[in-house]
Write a new protein. Structure first.
Length: 267
């Protein structure tokens, strides 16, 4: 069995994959070692990742894009890249970068990004050396993505087709078109805050991007939104508050505190 899947826990199997309709079949299914079940799920699946890092840092107020700032002595994007590599999940990893800020290739291949997030994502999807079955897309300015989040994204993308990483909102959400007058205050428990990664079966996400381009949509900020336009469902994987996106100097300061706290907790 491919070693990249050997660390999965037995409770990670999606409930929908259980053969409830036939009790005898269910008993036979679970009489197999879990590694055999996982091997059956992932046999011949090629898994790839895209790290989007094409931002120019305008909101950050620095000439150096935020993904290249140092965090704990290491560039922000390198924290996410190291997390990718540590899982052993990925057959290929692409860094999609602004043409003026393309790092040297190492464990990942570097691809020139586009003028928008949507274009950069599409360029990444079209640039794999070997077409993957599953592709995970992540913001290069989210340095603290965890192994659990990565594994659950891939697991559910295999099972369901599309996955978004989300967390509950602790704040009241206000609907205010034009940002001057409140139109409504929706039920907070029905809404989530979207993070990344977002993970897809390759056919779904390519179709979504190509349909958006045909329809003249050029600046979508979210890959899951494009998939939803096709009428396809998107599953939710629970994210984490610490999986923050660094868009300001305050975010970078908070990230430093999170990193320092993790060092302290390790002793």
């Amino acid at each position: 069995m491919n070693s990249r899947h050997s660390a999965w826990e037995a409770d990670a199997l999606p409930t929908e994959l259980h053969p409830h309709k036939n009790q005898r079949m269910q008993l036979l299914f679970f009489s197999q070692p879990f590694s055999v079940i996982i091997e059956a799920m992932y046999q011949n699946k090629r898994i790839a990742a895209i790290l989007l890092m094409g931002g120019e840092g305008r909101r950050f107020g620095s000439s150096l894009p935020k993904q290249f700032h140092l965090l704990g002595g290491k560039k922000v994007f390198d924290h996410a890249l190291d997390a990718f590599v540590a899982t052993g999940l990925f057959d290929e990893i692409l860094l999609v970068c602004h043409k003026d800020w393309m790092p040297r290739e190492g464990v990942a291949r570097v691809v020139e990004g586009g003028n928008t997030r949507q274009e950069s994502s599409y360029r990444g999807l079209k640039s794999f050396a070997v077409r993957p079955d599953i592709v995970l897309i992540h913001d290069g300015v989210r340095p603290f993505v965890t192994e659990r989040i990565l594994r659950e994204n891939v697991r559910d993308a295999v099972a369901y087709g599309a996955v978004d990483t989300c967390i509950p909102s602790a704040d009241t959400l206000v609907h205010a078109p034009g940002r001057e007058v409140i139109a409504s205050i929706p039920k907070r428990e029905e809404f989530l805050r979207g993070q990344t990664p977002q993970t897809f079966q390759i056919d779904w996400i390519l179709e979504a991007h190509e349909k958006a381009r045909e329809d003249g949509i050029e600046n979508a900020s979210d890959d899951c939104g494009l998939v939803l336009r096709l009428g396809k469902p998107v599953r939710v994987v629970l994210g984490e508050e610490r999986n923050l996106k660094i868009t300001s100097e305050l975010d970078l300061f908070l990230a430093e505190q999170i990193l320092q706290r993790s060092y302290t907790a390790r002793g």
